[in-house]
Design a protein around this ligand. Structure first.
Ligand code: S3P
Length: 175
């Protein structure tokens, strides 16, 4: 199938799974613009995500996220790393499925726990029992993550190996 260089590629998946690191390398490899949705929100608001959560709450953050996603999707030829909760909004998920090749990165709970570290930057994981919180959120989100066009397990792969796997999926899908 022919390549479709203009279709956006978006990465979803749980916090700390590696969306930004993989997205940056994927964009470089494919010579596309890289967009990190959380960084876009931070730039627009002039505040870190954790401060937006603390000062205005999650609902306000989700509004910003919805707005930022619809704006970013007006452009093409991008690799977009989304925040891990973006697909929980039905309209966001519909837009991502419609306007991007949506790849879900996955990892085991142990690996996620390790990559999250002390969770200083991730307000939803600043709880005493992070493992339990990760398991709960994963259970709530599983159905939405499963709707991505492709899934790539990152647990035992390097960033370059994950990028290669994504490119295999893109080629198979003719994107
Ligand atoms: C969130 C994930 C974060 C960030 C916010 C909420 C989530 O992004 O958008 O803290 O609900 O999973 P990362 O997935 O890049 O950590």
């Amino acid at each position: 199938m022919p390549e479709n260089p203009s279709r956006n590629i978006a990465l979803t998946g749980f916090m700390a799974v590696g969306k930004s690191a993989v997205g940056r390398t994927l964009a470089k490899t494919l010579k596309r613009r890289f967009v990190d949705l959380d960084r876009t929100i931070e730039k627009k608001e002039g505040k870190k995500i954790r401060d937006i959560f603390t000062e205005r709450g999650e609902a306000y953050f989700r509004q910003l996220e919805r707005q930022a996603l619809s704006e970013v999707l007006e452009q093409k030829n991008q690799v977009i790393a989304t925040g891990g909760g973006v697909v929980m909004d039905a309209e966001n998920l519909r837009l991502l499925k419609d306007k991007t090749f949506l790849v879900c990165l996955t990892a085991s709970v142990d690996v996620l726990l390790n990559r999250v570290g002390n969770a200083a930057k991730r307000p939803l994981l600043r709880v005493p029992n992070r493992q339990q919180r990760i398991e709960e959120l994963l259970a709530q989100r599983a159905k939405n993550y499963a709707q991505a066009h492709a899934q790539v397990d990152t647990s035992e792969r390097t960033i370059d190996q994950v990028v290669d796997k994504i490119i295999e999926h893109l080629n198979a899908a003719g994107c």
